[in-house]
Design a protein around this ligand. Structure first.
Ligand code: NAP
Length: 466
């Protein structure tokens, strides 16, 4: 094929791929269009790979084939992990992305510094690429290890930790500046690589608990920025575009999560943070009222408006299909049923959306926190399924609570609230929930799947009496 035609084809595939990546992100942000978003991303990546393989500079396809086969062999089992392991799987993907960026930067440095053709600009960009790539690699491996509980999950802190970390970063930055001044100073390059690897580990050591998923999206952002630097090194504008999209979306997601969990972003970035909240000293236990599945069935049947608040317990119990049965029974009776989706319900962003989609709950029934909160005072029954922290009213008024300031779903403002959980144990934040002892709350104690099964059975037996 003639060179000009190949060049045009590569450019056309890159432009199409960049457009598809942008649409993919747009579509991924709504459950209704998420599948289309995934497809657009896959097609965009396919086009990007084909366009790159057409590049006339590529002569040896064998190594590319070997690398692609290896990647596929690792990727296929990784794609089959259970939903609960998705955060650590995502961390592993970032680790591979970071490693790729770091290795490409190292190879380019050795190649260009070896033949003396390296420019100061190239040397500086490679330093950024290698720093971000290698710190993302070890940081993400640490994060995956903590989430998988392969290494201790608690935050590890020591005196002067921030000074130590900033010194590491400062020395690495000085090495980078040194490489811009004189790109042939390879020992500086070697020190930079080692410091980046160590810094990644140090960055994650003091993090634990609720901050882990936020840190994963920050690492996503670093991996994206490493790809931008790699794009400049390789003179590949598609890599710059894709990296920038990846980096900025990771950054935006981190901001959204920080807001939803009431964490300061600078704390997550720079502080010794993420201490798992210590369970409150067992204070005076307030009396709670419990109900039976038949009671709950009666209350639901007599409601005109019902809101279901799913939480981590629904995921643990895998109760989404029972939720669907109850939803079907109620909507059949003409009752208006909505789902209240808190941005950090469960253990990863979008956790509840994915589970409810798996049970074929219509997307239109899923309502974001701010919108559903407006409707809750006019709601007859709120059914809380294994949610705890995200409905804890203490977040609004108790300044001593670790969740103070976290936006919550106002389940307590509904006319009646039914909470399904197994015991009075606290949720992730380790604090008691005053919702359970409120006058308008009834507890249905038991496993969410079993209890909802009973409620659904009672509703089925109860006929269409509304
Ligand atoms: P939660 O506060 O962790 O509470 C979950 C509740 O589910 C527990 O109180 C537990 O009570 C109950 N439960 C567990 N297994 C159950 C079962 N089989 N059947 C019925 N109930 C069961 O959950 P959440 O309200 O969804 O809040 C999420 C928390 O995780 C927030 O604090 C958030 O900040 C944090 N977080 C979220 C993310 C994210 O990205 N979504 C990431 C990290 C941390 P029993 O033991 O009594 O049953």
């Amino acid at each position: 094929m003639n060179a000009a035609l190949v060049g045009n084809l590569t450019h056309a595939s890159y432009i199409l791929a960049a457009g598809l990546f942008i649409f993919s992100l747009r579509w991924l942000s709504r459950p209704q269009t998420a599948r289309r978003g995934v497809l657009a991303g896959v097609v965009g990546m396919g086009l990007a790979i084909v366009g790159t393989l057409l590049h006339p500079g590529i002569s040896n396809y064998l190594w590319i084939l070997v690398a692609a086969s290896l990647g596929t062999m690792i990727g296929i089992p990784l794609s089959r992990v259970p939903l609960t392991a998705v955060p650590q799987r995502t961390a592993l993907s970032h680790a591979f992305g970071g490693l790729a960026a770091g290795l490409v930067g190292t190879a380019k440095y050795m190649l260009w510094a070896g033949d003396g053709s390296i420019t100061r600009f190239q040397s500086g960009v490679i330093a950024i690429e290698v720093l971000l790539g290698f710190l993302t690699f070890t940081g993400s491996l640490m994060a995956a290890g903590k989430l998988q509980e392969a290494i201790p999950t608690r935050p590890i802190t020591f005196r002067g930790q921030n000074y130590f970390n900033f010194t590491l970063l400062g020395v690495a930055a000085l090495c980078g500046i040194g490489l811009v001044v004189d790109p042939s100073l390879w020992p500086l390059f070697a020190v930079l690589c080692v410091l980046a690897l160590v810094f990644g580990v140090m960055l994650i050591l003091p993090i634990g608990g609720a901050d882990m998923p936020t840190v994963i999206s920050i690492l996503n952002s670093y991996a994206g920025l490493a790809a931008v630097a790699m794009g400049f090194v390789m003179d590949n504008m598609l890599l710059v575009t894709a990296g920038a999209l990846d980096g900025s979306s990771g950054f935006i997601l981190s901001l959204i999560m920080c807001r939803a969990m009431n964490r300061s972003f600078t704390n997550v970035l720079f502080g010794a943070f993420g201490q798992v909240a210590v369970a409150q000293a067992a204070g005076e236990q307030k009396a709670v009222k419990s109900a039976t599945p038949q009671d709950v069935c009666d209350m639901l049947e007599n409601a005109a408006r019902v809101v279901i608040v799913p939480g981590y317990g629904m995921a643990v119990a895998q109760a989404q299909h029972r939720v669907r049965e109850v939803y079907d029974q109620l909507t059949k009776r003409g009752i208006d049923v909505k789902f209240a989706i808190h941005p950090v319900a469960g253990r990863m962003p979008g956790h509840m959306n994915v589970l409810l989609a798996e049970a074929d709950i219509p997307y239109e029934a899923l309502v974001e926190m701010d919108d559903i909160n407006r409707d809750l005072p006019q709601t007859d029954v709120v059914l809380v399924v294994g949610a705890n922290d995200v409905v804890n009213p203490a977040a609004r008024h108790d300044q001593s609570s670790p969740i103070y300031g976290m936006p919550i779903i106002d389940a307590d403002k509904a006319k009646l609230c039914v909470a399904i959980k197994r015991s009075m144990n606290p949720g992730f934040a380790g604090v008691d929930n005053e919702l359970y002892s409120a006058d308008n709350t009834l507890m249905l104690f038991g496993d969410a799947k079993a209890m909802l099964g009973e409620v659904a059975k009672a509703l089925t037996g109860g006929g269409l009496g509304h």
